[in-house]
Design a protein around this ligand. Structure first.
Ligand code: ADP
Length: 232
């Protein structure tokens, strides 16, 4: 794990050191200097995201079932996730691309018991992955459904590239990527699904994925609905 983390951090660091050296040694035009600074800030952001995800993961790994469960209002939670996802979708769109279609369905007035920031992190990782991996013009649907067994399910359905079945059992491993080059391009840390798996486990839930190459993927996070007396 330490070797993996070091490798993940070394790449952006090497790129940044290269740019710093260039800025120090060459007299650049203002426009070129801007370009290098912009590229450096992308690498700095990548390292920041990686460190943030590592901190979330280390907190999750140290905790068991949530000791402090609070009522988490789904509408409030989803409004943050939706605006983040729409912003991400716009920011990755190239000139001339069809926009992605994002569709959110959240039941009104529903609260679940859990750790708000953990559930936010899990749900936003699933939605942001769908946005990052789905090509222009694709459809991403995020919805909450109450299941007959008293659990609640958050599903994210996309029309992205899909994932071949041999990769599915390994997706939640830290730093496992189906296509490392593509994931790097779309800016992932390689820790997202690992975080989702831990959040699910900490809440007594589970994460399931169905996927067909060239058709799309569905990720479903199932959580028990807690009552103050325990699981109902
Ligand atoms: P990353 O930061 O690389 O996206 P994740 O842990 O979130 O890391 O996901 C692990 C891998 O699973 C990704 O690298 C990608 O190959 C695959 N993956 C995750 N979500 C999707 C999706 N919606 N469509 C296609 N592939 C996905």
């Amino acid at each position: 794990f330490v070797a993996n983390v070091s490798h993940e951090i070394r790449t952006p660091l090497t790129v940044m050191s290269g740019f710093i050296e260039t800025l120090q040694s060459l007299q650049l035009e203002a426009a070129d200097r801007e370009k290098y600074l912009e590229l450096m800030s992308v690498q700095a952001l990548r390292m920041q995201e990686l460190v943030n995800d590592l901190l979330i993961l280390s907190q999750l790994e140290g905790s068991s079932l949530p000791s402090t469960s609070d009522p988490v209002g789904l509408e409030m939670l989803m409004s943050g996730i939706e605006s983040e996802a729409r912003g991400l979708s716009v920011s990755q769109r190239h000139v001339g691309d069809e926009p992605q279609i994002l569709h959110f369905e959240t039941p009104k007035g529903v609260e679940i018991l859990g750790v708000s920031k953990e559930i936010y992190s899990a749900a936003s990782n699933l939605v942001n992955n769908a946005v990052r991996y789905t090509p222009a013009g694709g459809l991403i649907t995020a919805l909450w459904t109450l299941l007959p067994d008293q659990r609640i399910q958050f599903s994210v359905v996309d029309t992205g590239p899909g994932i071949a079945s041999e990769h599915l059992p390994r997706l939640t491993e830290r730093f496992y990527r189906v296509d490392p080059a593509r994931s790097r391009e779309t800016g992932g840390t390689g820790l997202g699904l690992s975080i989702v798996k831990h959040v699910a486990a900490n809440h007594g839930g589970e994460i399931t994925v169905w996927s067909s190459p060239n058709v799309g993927s569905t990720f479903a996070l199932r959580l028990p609905v807690y009552s103050p007396e325990g699981v109902i």
